[in-house]
Unconditional design. Structure first.
Lengths: 240, 111
């Protein structure tokens, strides 16, 4: 056996960076994502696939909107509300945006306290995130009921191009489903954090494997992604 | 962003202040995009502002909240490059919808 000289065996901390690092990580028959655990890497890959789902929804919305000969309903007016005698355009959507961004902020801090092993603060911030998420879904339910009452259907609406309704229900419905699943996911993980599962290495109910605080960050990745999708929906569907 | 102040193993520990600053920026940028609609800006100014605020918000969320700025490039590129291909899809569908609109105007625009 030819012994490698000690200088060739680099310690783990001196991985090459930049393009050299990408080539080194993806080659040499090793794990490509050196510093990311499998759980985090798989969540990222799931989010990548979800990006394509929402991407195709938004692209199909663009296509029907660009190709219709009937004027598109003005979202600024469709989603306007009268509050205290003032006519405010798009106000509900703006509030929903701020609620979702706040939930992202609390989630980011929950992840931070999770890595500091602060059980109490992590659980409270996750519950607050779930509460804001539930508020978002509630406002969306209000928005849907209002539009349905005004006669918006997937096949038509009182103001213009029929495709408005189908795009609206499809895109916001899929996003709302994601938020709802996220709230459930948050509640499950928050309960585990609160009970101290990750400090006592308690086996999970489904896989019987010990959980780690990293699951808080993985939950956070999903939650931030839901917020991220809303950034695009807000800009491209509501503001455009 | 600096690799040094970040990764201990695979955990992410940053000062809380960083998250608060990003949170405030996200609020400001959202308020700005709402103002675009509130003041009724139109045309290229409206579209460029909307897309600018959208891109800045998305960048902040991905880089800081999702910690992409501290991951190794092998992961970042594997996740961030494939969605860029969607832009090709957008370009194809723009051409397609121009053509659909043209045929509709040319053959069905009587009624």
């Amino acid at each position: 056996m030819n012994e490698l000289s000690p200088t060739v065996l680099k310690p783990e901390s001196t991985h090459p960076t930049g393009w050299g690092g990408i080539v080194a990580d993806w080659s040499s028959d090793q794990r490509a994502f050196r510093t990311a655990s499998w759980g985090k890497a798989m969540m990222w890959i799931f989010l990548l696939s979800d990006t394509f789902i929402f991407g195709t929804f938004l692209i199909s919305y663009m296509t029907v909107r660009m190709s219709t000969v009937v004027p598109w309903p003005n979202p600024s007016e469709v989603f306007a509300l009268e509050i205290g005698g003032h006519h405010l355009p798009l106000i509900l959507i703006a509030i929903m945006t701020f609620v979702l961004i706040s939930s992202s902020g609390t989630m980011a801090m929950a992840v931070n306290f999770g890595y500091r092993r602060d059980r109490r603060k992590t659980a409270i911030l996750m519950l607050l995130t779930a509460l804001l998420g539930a508020a978002f879904v509630g406002m969306q339910a209000f928005e849907w009921s209002k539009l349905i009452a005004e006669g918006v259907r997937p096949w038509g609406n009182p103001w213009g191009a029929e495709q408005f309704g189908s795009s609206f229900f499809m895109i916001t419905g899929f996003h709302g489903t994601h938020v709802t699943i996220g709230v459930i996911f948050l509640l499950i993980v928050a309960r585990k954090v609160w009970r101290g599962d990750f400090d006592e290495a308690r086996p999970g109910f489904f896989t019987s494997r010990k959980g780690r605080y990293e699951i808080v960050e993985i939950t956070g990745l999903y939650w931030h992604f839901v917020d991220l999708v809303w950034v695009f929906i807000f800009a491209l569907f509501y503001l455009w | 962003m600096a690799q040094s102040n970040a990764t201990h193993g695979d955990t992410q520990e940053h000062p809380i202040r960083l998250y608060l600053v990003v949170w405030v920026w996200l609020f400001v940028l959202s308020a700005c995009s709402y103002m675009v609609d509130y003041f009724g800006l139109v045309g290229y100014l409206r579209w460029s502002l909307i897309l600018l605020f959208m891109a800045l918000k998305a960048g902040l969320i991905i880089a800081v909240f999702m910690h992409m700025a501290w991951e190794r490039l092998a992961l970042s590129y594997a996740i961030l490059l494939p969605p860029a291909v969607l832009l090709v899809f957008v370009a194809i569908m723009v051409l397609e919808s121009h053509y659909t609109l043209f045929t509709r105007l040319a053959f069905f625009a009587t009624g």
